[in-house]
Design a protein around this ligand. Structure first.
Ligand code: MLT
Length: 322
């Protein structure tokens, strides 16, 4: 009996090594929990285009949206731990949502970190019809409004929502949140003047700002964004201390073999260090993570630290979700 058990165990170990060695042997799916055309989707597609070269297999980007990105992450969590389904997400989906939704999965226990990805500075943008040219004038306009201004978000817990909560907390100005399945569709309505503002990711707003279709007031970082250096920082523009960057990352279902995670990580690091890819991402205003923070372990440690930092803040905001 002991001999049979040992034989089965050896066979299983051999199989998982064989599986890892042959990984990937079919297309990989990256689940983006927000709409196509938005900031998460755009970054993921740029990276996937380069990662498929290193992995030698096609990479499909699947947009599974809803509930601040928690539905798409759940889809990845419930997938086989074999490396063929990757969860793309950020501070909202892999930190904030754990303090807002009854997820049905655990962000730390049910997922393995793969790689930390570039981060987005947030930018305060409004429709062009707003009679304000500076952040001060914009804040005065918001304060003078009889009803709360409409702020587009990608749902409760999304980056644009967390930034909104932080903005309300700092300014005392109430916002009326208008949830979309991503800030891609929210941006269409902002350009059309259907909503008043978005606390948006720079990479989603930058082209519309450059085209003059929306107005930008300030970026939520201590330094200006190189590819949009005409936009002042919140410190410069009169909202000191409003600092927030939205970092992104990739995860796989818990139990995915380490060798497989290492291959996915190596392909992502390869892409992040590709000069053409970096240029594309930096042109969108994205900031590269330091190379020593690109290990799976580094993402795991960072996610834990961010959960410790943000959950008390978010729980205190008492966010209601249907
Ligand atoms: C998106 O891609 O739509 C965003 O990441 C949404 C958000 O978190 O604001």
């Amino acid at each position: 009996m002991r001999k049979i058990a040992l034989a089965v165990f050896a066979m299983l170990a051999f199989c998982s090594v064989a599986v890892a060695q042959n990984f990937p042997s079919r297309p990989i799916t990256i689940v983006v929990p927000f709409s196509a055309g938005g900031p998460s989707d755009a970054m993921c597609r740029i990276l996937a285009e380069r990662m498929k070269v290193a992995l030698g297999e096609a990479i499909l980007v699947e947009n599974v949206t809803g509930a601040g990105g928690s539905i798409g992450v759940g889809r990845a969590v419930r997938s086989p731990p074999d490396g063929y389904t990757v969860s793309f997400g950020h501070l909202g989906t892999h930190v904030a949502n754990g303090a807002i939704y009854k997820l049905g999965y655990d962000l730390l226990a049910d997922l393995d970190p793969v790689v930390l990805l570039p981060s987005n500075t947030m930018v305060i943008v409004s429709k062009n019809a707003v009679p304000a040219k500076t952040l001060k004038e914009f804040l005065d306009w918001l304060k003078a409004k009889a009803t709360p201004a409409s702020a587009g978000t990608a749902g409760a817990g999304s980056g644009s929502h967390i930034a909104g909560l932080y903005f309300e907390n700092l300014t005392g100005i109430k916002l009326q949140y208008v949830p979309y399945r991503g800030t891609g569709p929210a941006m269409n309505d902002l350009v059309a003047g259907q909503i008043d503002l978005i606390l948006d990711q720079m990479s989603n707003s930058i082209q519309q700002v450059r085209a003059g279709n929306i107005r930008a007031y300030a970026v939520t970082d201590t330094k200006r964004v190189e590819s949009a250096s005409d936009i002042p920082t919140t410190d410069e523009a009169g909202l000191p201390g409003f600092h927030m960057t939205l970092w992104s990352g990739m995860w796989v279902p818990k139990g995915t073999p380490n060798d497989v995670i290492a291959k996915l990580n190596a392909a992502a690091v390869d892409a992040l260090n590709d000069p053409a890819v970096r240029k594309q991402l930096e042109n969108l205003g994205l900031q590269m993570p330091p190379n020593d923070k690109l290990t799976p372990q580094a993402l795991g440690d960072w996610q834990k630290a961010e959960i410790a930092k943000w959950w008390p803040v978010i729980k205190a905001a008492n966010v209601k979700v249907e």
